[in-house]
Write a protein that binds this ligand. Structure first.
Ligand SMILES: [Zn+2]
Length: 587
């Protein structure tokens, strides 16, 4: 039977050639699904309209379109004219949109146009509505289009991406892996791939990069895989494809990409893979861990390009307040000595040091870094990646660096006694050393170094200052609104109603499509800084208790991280909840 859709510029034929083999038997499930939708709509059209099945194809097509609009009560959306770059894949991911025959288009007025091929498919509508809820209820308009139009739209999108990728040299043409062993990620590649597992994994990676996730979590649960992204430091659930077997196959596929042992499922494994998107190379660290339901994987995205291409990389990059930025600059420019930056993983310590190095790098100093891994490539700086497997540890690398006539050295992380001692020694012998240490605040750093066996006299002689930092999520500027925190929250935050008499600007983010419904967009750093003067130095050398040290530092105007976070609340930069998430009330 001739269908109206088939008159539509032959898109379907093209589709069938490229094929959508969704399972190993090679059955074209997706096309079958699409055909079934089409047939269902046509049957209904024929039953409800008076158009004879003998009518001319163009006449039937026009009648079908008209009927579609009337029966669904929706306007007809003209996808044939729609610009493909407006497609919003955070709302409707490419692969799912193709399968469910729907498109989300982001309009200039920030509203979303949703276009459906099957307006009677309640499953898809409910799925979109749940995505909209997660996306913070953006303003929407619903439209209906023919299956042919939706397929044609995705076809056009693929061709355009392919052309774009070819232009930028981002497409290898033959396979998924380029010559350099890099996994190419483009929409064209993702949708053209035969295996649903490959398509799912590639689609997830693509989507995560698009969302600027720092980590991707693939967790195996009783019902299948759960995918989460870490966005601005907070985990967010993204999708839950059903089925244990599918989950296993996704993890196996990931192991293949990361050069890991696919048959080993009982011990943790670590590997790496390289992604390429629009000609950009992105390193990903892969960690696999056995779990009760199979294996979990965490992928850490190391996107060097972002900073390397950023000409203005500086101490201000993380949004420190003026006081903290000035402090860091002053200490960074000292001719020799040790500057320590501390905080938990993901608090931006390394980024701060990159900002420092970029600012003070004049080309007249020899700068060497040792890192695990090298997160961002800095121009004209010798950067050495730690390679424990090959015996290049922090300590060994640092010792070699000292023979390489450096002026300034960055130690990615001081985590063992030997490294700490060499670093302190280097700072004492006329080098400027920048390093990160894991500790909670500026006082714990001192204790941490003492526990690594660093002599307190050497430490005070070398140490110029300590910066403790955290990253705080900033309220989304698109949906910020005033809010009055309730008493319970105030009490939990160590405050009371008297703050309402003070000029605090309590704000919150309502949640919108710009912030994926979270109410936050971007982060800024808060810092606790401590410069060491004679009195503090002698207290440390005498191994004074942290309480004593703290009292002395507070006399010098030391601000706690908690106070810094509350200053952001006061100014309407972040919420009280976020301040509580990042810093403890008692600090
Ligand atoms: Zn928002």
């Amino acid at each position: 039977m001739e269908t109206p859709q088939e008159t539509d510029r032959g898109e379907r034929g093209e589709r069938n050639e490229s094929g959508y083999a969704l399972d190993d038997a090679g059955v074209d499930l997706m096309q079958e699904q699409v055909n079934a939708v089409q047939q269902r709509l046509l049957d209904r059209f024929e039953a409800e309209s008076q158009i004879s099945s003998q009518a001319h194809a163009p006449v039937r097509e026009a009648a079908f379109r008209r009927w579609l609009g009337e029966a669904s009560g929706m306007l007809l959306g003209d996808l044939r004219q729609a610009r493909t770059e407006l497609a919003d894949f955070t709302l409707i991911p490419f692969a799912q949109g193709q399968r469910r025959l729907c498109v989300a288009l982001r309009r200039a007025d920030h509203a979303i146009d949703l276009v459906l091929a099957d307006p009677f498919d309640r499953g898809t509508r409910q799925w979109i509505e749940s995505r909209l809820r997660e996306g913070g209820h953006p303003r929407t308009r619903w439209y209906v289009a023919t299956t042919g139009d939706v397929q044609a739209f995705y076809g056009r999108l693929e061709r355009e991406t392919r052309a774009l990728a070819a232009d930028t040299g981002g497409l290898t043409g033959d396979g998924e892996r380029g010559d350099s062993g890099t996994l190419e990620l483009s929409l064209a590649q993702i949708s053209a791939d035969e295996s649903p597992v490959v398509r799912f994994l590639n689609g997830t990676l693509y989507d995560a990069l698009q969302a600027q996730a720092s980590d991707i979590h693939l967790e195996c649960g009783p019902r299948g895989l759960v995918v989460k992204y870490r966005l601005d430091g907070v985990l967010q659930s993204v999708s839950r494809p059903e089925g244990r077997e599918f989950a296993d196959r996704v993890i196996s596929r990931l192991k293949v990409l990361a050069d890991l042992d696919i048959s080993e499922r009982r011990v943790p494994q670590d590997g790496r893979l390289k992604l390429s998107r629009s000609g950009r190379e992105i390193d990903v660290r892969v960690s696999i861990m056995p779990s009760s339901y199979g294996e979990d994987a965490v992928l850490r995205v190391l996107d060097r390009y972002q900073l390397a291409a950023d000409q203005t990389l500086s101490v201000d990059h993380l949004g420190f307040d003026a006081h903290a930025a000035a402090f860091i600059r002053r200490l960074a420019q000292m001719p020799y000595g040790l500057l320590l930056v501390t905080g938990p993983t993901g608090s931006g310590k390394t980024t701060t040091l990159y900002g420092v190095l970029s600012e003070i790098h004049t080309g007249q100093d020899k700068m060497i870094t040792i890192e695990d891994p090298v997160e961002y490539q800095l121009p004209d700086v010798l950067q050495i990646p730690v390679n424990e497997a090959k015996g290049l540890t922090f300590a060994r690398g640092l010792r070699s660096i000292l023979r390489h006539d450096p002026d300034r050295i960055m130690v990615g992380e001081m985590r063992d006694a030997e490294t700490a001692q060499i670093a302190v020694q280097a700072a004492l012998t006329g080098h400027q050393v920048y390093a990160t240490v894991h500790a909670n605040n500026v006082f714990d750093v001192i204790g941490r170094l003492a526990s690594m066996g660093v002599d307190p006299y050497n430490l005070v002689a070398a140490l110029n200052g300590v910066v403790a930092q955290r990253l705080v999520r900033v309220i989304c500027p698109h949906c910020t609104e005033p809010v009055k925190p309730d008493l319970e929250l105030l009490t939990a935050s160590g405050l009371d109603e008297t703050v309402f008499d003070l000029p605090w600007r309590f704000q919150r983010g309502r949640g919108c499509s710009h912030c994926r419904g979270t109410g936050y967009k971007g982060r800024r750093a808060i810092a606790q800084t401590m410069a060491l003067d004679i009195e503090l130095k002698s207290l440390i050398a005498e191994r004074a208790s942290p309480a004593l040290l703290r009292a002395a530092a507070e006399k010098r105007g030391l601000i706690t991280l908690r106070q810094a976070a509350l200053d952001f609340v006061k100014a309407g930069v972040t919420t009280l909840e976020e301040a509580n998430r990042v810093t403890a009330v008692q600090e």
